[in-house]
Design a protein around this ligand. Sequence first.
Ligand code: LLP
Length: 438
Amino acid sequence: MSPAIAGAHGFRVNNAGHLEIGGVDALALARDFGTPLHVLDEERLRANCREYRDTLAEAYGPNARAIFASKACCTIATCQIAHQEGLGVDVASGGELHTALRAGVPARDLYFHGNNKTLDEVEYGLRTGVGRCVVDNEHEFDLLETVTARLDTTADILLRLTPGIEPHTHQAIRTGGVDSKFGFGMLDGAAYRAVVRASRMPRVRLRGLHAHIGSQVCDLEPFRMSAAALVDFAARIRDELDVTVEELNLGGGLGIRYVPADEPPRIADFVRALAGVVTARLGAHRLSHPRLFLEPGRSIVGSAGVTLYTVGAVKSIPGVRTYVSVDGGMFENPRPALYGAQYEAVAAARAADAATDTVAVAGRCCESGDVLIWEARLPPVRSGDLLAVFGTGAYTYSMASNYNRFPRPAVVLAGHGRGRCVVERETYDDLLRKDVSL
Ligand code: LLP
């Protein structure tokens, strides 16, 4: 049943049978802002931030902070909301850094990631005074040496470590295993050597350790293992190198519920589990409590997002499949095509109607693989209907492209009964802004 689908994603169906997002009728949002439309439920987004913030404080104390991994949805507005709710912001490129700074997030609250930062990016980060550079590899040490000398400054760093843990998630979004482009391996000695090097660099202050094992992980065990491995490593470098770890950043990675088969832990349970492991392990090693950071992206913004589409062509192939084509597709949500990601949808104007049909919701890019949902359960739909796809707040807009020269959709924040455009829809002229005619 569709009302169950909307409800399972935390959204209301109003008396007219229409889906509501942030107290706004989805049909009104589509009418006012057009489709395809990325809608974020503001209250949900804020509530997710607060759940991280408050549970961390309760489970670990004031010496802890959540950092919004902006890559999940990097816009000025999302960075502002995260920061207003007390979170720091993780940026993974010069562009994300620029966005967060423009959002007014103080540079000291920014954590600069990336496995291949350029010299210019490192310089941009240090010149603006980012709180932490998360150093990924030896090459980055070389860049830091050059840039800190050039700017006559110092850099506060964390080391990104790869603990050798393979969580159960799509191969493309696992990052903590031995065979990873990210970080200093803990198992092959690279991490230890990085600590030695960092502690000998006069312009670098090694503040702590970081690990991020992967994304859309719904099982707590790999997170616990990674946290424990970091604390054990902190104890080892204290004992052998007399290095104090002031900060532990355990990364992000908590999954969300896209479809009923996903059963992620609640944010609060995830936070408590990690705080618990860290505290116990610190005690066992008689280590004093470092500042604890978590770096969630998807679990902050994913469930707050709904994408609205208008149905165009409907093609039935008897005995095979019905393709319901919508005005979006892999250009604004590449996740199904890239990772086989699954989603659920409802017909927004009949969100309480029983789902009787199984159809493929197809995008409009020139590829057969551009199907957003292969087996969507919907009431009968026809051209002109509005479809709502749930769980699209993370890694959709931020991964959107202009493939086939489709303009990227607008992003609207829905809250307190009104919608506010926070990223405008691109126009055809926007698409040509950087083209140079012969
Ligand atoms: N910290 C670091 C260093 C990361 O690389 C990531 C995500 C995060 C935090 C946030 O992870 P989250 O809490 O969002 O799982 N495009 C893929 C996901 C890529 C994740 C990249 N790194 C997807 O659409 O599933």
